[in-house]
Write a protein that binds this ligand. Structure first.
Ligand code: B12
Length: 310
């Protein structure tokens, strides 16, 4: 039953052979060797291929006609294959894990200019948005883990953080060239939260989305956040909490800040320290994924437009 449900508009192997030009033998061999395609079975045990997989096979076939080896492209998702086929700037040689491993080596071998150049050229290649959403977080996490395992010394981790912060600030400056408009967002962390990379990454995305950011760096006391918010007439206060930040303190702090801020100012909280909390204080928005920053900004603008038109 399950197999049939999953199959949807699935087709037998002979139809796939006809539609894609890939032989039955090839299809079975790929399944064994690469783990794709993954046909379901009908009640007689024969293979049935979901339409989605047939579509992907069709793309793979077309790329093979252009000279790509199946082993190189079969693991890519549909979207990436489509990009390859359309000849968009090719990311095909790039592997996230290898890149992260290379960078860790540069850090531990103290090759700082090379580290800087590698990060810079990655951003040029994949664009700042992709870099932040897909690569910066796993990279930072890998550095944290290497440090935790004792593979990186504290000074090496500090230097990496410094390099990343300087680059992020430079990229934020460059992104600021676009025309900025509402919302105006205050960024900071609560006292005792010293981790700043998440905040800078969020600031970069917000700036790219055209929001006007006013960052106060880390550790602004709650009373001062309130004062700064009104002095700078911000629409949103955005805070970052690392994994390390005590839950009770973030919760109490958010409640206190919510009480102190005028109701018109929204509070956004992000970072590993809040993304898993179960009970979010009232009228505080938790942003669980970096990619949601754009969604939240769009939602805020929609809300603002709506209230203006009334
Ligand atoms: C660099 C670093 C430091 C530096 C920070 C310097 C600086 N200027 O930033 C220093 C050396 C100061 C430091 C100190 C400490 N650190 Co530290 N640190 C790190 C490291 C490597 C990166 C931290 C970071 O910036 N992360 C923030 C972002 C990148 O990660 P994130 O919280 O998952 O957030 C993601 C999203 O939620 C989003 N996001 C984050 N903020 C925001 C905000 C908004 C508004 C939005 C929309 C989204 C968003 O962006 C991220 C990407 O997806 C991490 C490793 C790690 N896994 O993060 C350890 C790590 C966080 N540190 C850790 C620890 C233990 C400490 C110390 C307690 C060590 C000590 N014994 O002194 C102290 C605590 C200091 C304090 N009171 O805050 C542990 C925490 C473990 C735990 N579960 O509690 C980690 C995980 C390392 C590890 N593997 O053990 N640290």
């Amino acid at each position: 039953m399950k197999a049939r449900e999953e199959a949807g508009a699935a087709v037998p192997i002979s139809a796939v052979e006809r539609e894609t030009g890939l032989s039955k033998d090839t299809l079975r061999m790929w399944e064994r060797r690469y783990g794709f395609p993954t046909p379901v079975r009908d009640q007689f045990g024969d293979r049935l291929y979901p339409q989605q997989q047939v579509e992907k096979l069709r793309l793979i076939r077309r790329l093979m006609d252009q000279g790509f080896r199946p082993g190189r492209i079969i693991g890519e998702n549909y979207h990436a294959l489509l990009e390859l086929l359309n000849g968009t700037p090719v990311v095909e040689e790039f592997n996230h894990d290898t890149f992260v491993a290379d960078l860790l080596r540069m850090i531990s071998e103290h090759r700082v200019p090379e580290l800087r150049a590698a990060l810079q050229s990655r951003v040029q290649n994949m664009g700042l948005r992709h870099f932040i959403v897909d690569l910066a977080a796993p990279l930072i996490r890998a550095v944290g883990e290497a440090w935790f395992r004792g593979e990186l010394a504290i000074f090496e981790e500090h230097l990496f953080t410094e390099v990343m912060q300087n680059l992020l600030r430079k990229w934020i400056g460059e992104a600021r060239n676009t025309e900025l408009r509402a919302p105006r967002i205050l960024l900071t962390t609560f006292p005792n939260e010293m981790h700043q990379l998440g905040l800078l990454m969020a600031e970069a995305l917000m700036t790219m989305d055209g929001a006007e950011c006013v960052s106060f760096g880390i550790q602004l006391p709650i009373a001062d956040i309130t004062k700064a918010a009104s002095a700078h007439r911000v629409d949103i206060v955005a805070l970052s909490f690392s994994q390390n930040y005590p839950r009770t303190r973030s919760n109490d702090g958010l409640i206190e800040l919510r009480r102190a801020l005028p109701p018109g100012i929204d509070i956004w909280a992000g970072g590993a320290g809040v993304s898993r909390i179960k009970r979010v204080p009232d009228r505080v928005a938790v942003i669980r994924e970096m990619t949601d920053v754009g969604v939240e900004i769009a939602r805020w603008r929609q809300k603002a437009d709506h209230s203006h038109s009334h």
